[in-house]
Design a protein around this ligand. Structure first.
Ligand code: PEP
Length: 234
């Protein structure tokens, strides 16, 4: 049984959400499915499918025009939130420190943060993957003793590119993340892989040791691409 999360990014409308959540609810699976549509689609009919947001503010409330707080997301009934996605880190200059604040504030409002970490191609090619990921974990993960969270390993260069690391590379990074979490008494924390997952590679990636689930962008937008992934992953 794995966790499969769909990240719709800045895509989708009410009809598409209605169609896909209905289809997911009618699909036989032991996997836990979580859909993360844009803020505007958090409310409304979800056909029982678990819902998450794609980001939250690192502030409680106040003069932050355009931002959405953890409490506002929680008020919609959503239970999860992605924080530190590489597109937020890249286009909105989110540092590990900000990601850490977002993870803490999510937990405070009973949301489960899905904290993304991943290296750039440059960092990979210069052999820095392990150091970069370890640094991101040290600086981004919440300190809170009580709250649950998840970690998503998403190599930046694999997101939306059709390129994925080798199975051995995914295994070694996930092992490293697991050992880090274990050392911090967080060995039950789910570790997801994300980056160009599709219906052809999903089942193999999900079988890699310490891969507890998948975070899926492009392929989660349509029932034709998302449902085969949900069905193929055991
Ligand atoms: C993502 O946005 O988190 C992601 C993994 O995207 P894609 O599956 O399209 O590579």
């Amino acid at each position: 049984m794995k966790i499969i999360i769909g990240n719709w990014k800045m895509n989708g409308n009410i009809q598409q959400k209605d169609k896909i959540t209905r289809a997911i609810s009618e699909t036989q699976t032991d996997n836990t499915i979580i859909l993360c549509p844009p803020f505007t689609l958090l409310n409304g009919e979800n056909h029982g499918v678990k819902i998450g947001a794609q980001d939250i503010s690192n502030h409680e409330n106040g003069a932050y025009t355009g931002d959405i707080s953890a409490k506002m997301v929680a008020d919609t009934g959503a239970k999860y939130v992605i924080v530190g996605h590489s597109e937020r880190r890249l286009y909105h200059n989110e540092t590990n420190e900000i990601v850490h604040e977002k993870a803490e504030i999510a937990i405070k409002h009973n949301l489960i943060p899905i904290i993304c970490v991943g290296e750039t191609m440059n960092e990979k090619e210069s052999g820095k993957t392990a150091d970069v990921i370890k640094n991101m974990l040290e600086q981004s993960l919440p300190q809170s003793e009580s709250g649950e969270f998840m970690v998503a390993y998403e190599p930046r260069w694999a997101i939306g590119t059709g390129k994925t690391p080798t199975m051995d590379e995914i295994e070694s990074v996930h092992k490293m993340i697991f050992e880090y979490l274990e050392k911090n008494n967080r060995e039950k924390t789910p570790i997801l892989y994300g980056g160009s997952v599709n219906s052809t590679n999903a089942s193999d990636i999900a079988k890699i040791p310490h891969v507890d689930g998948l975070l899926i962008g492009g392929a989660s937008l349509e029932t034709e691409t998302f449902l085969p992934i949900i069905k193929s992953v055991k």
